[in-house]
Design a protein around this ligand. Sequence first.
Ligand SMILES: [Zn+2]
Length: 73
Amino acid sequence: MAHEMVHAQQLIEGRLVQCDLAHYRWKDQACEKVANIAYLDRPWEKEAMETGAALYNAYRSKFLALSPVQLPE
Ligand SMILES: [Zn+2]
């Protein structure tokens, strides 16, 4: 869920723009067909994985008093 909230933030702030049903634009780059970019190569996914994991671990630490977890490679 933290991962998806990062995507919401990207869209709200305009760093990620859906050009049409199949194309997305990241920051100042051109619109690209998302199917042509491997999932792990999409910059918005990289950010969502990193920031989402950090948010999740901050939540675990602050509210559940649990230690951080590592993202799968
Ligand atoms: Zn994602």
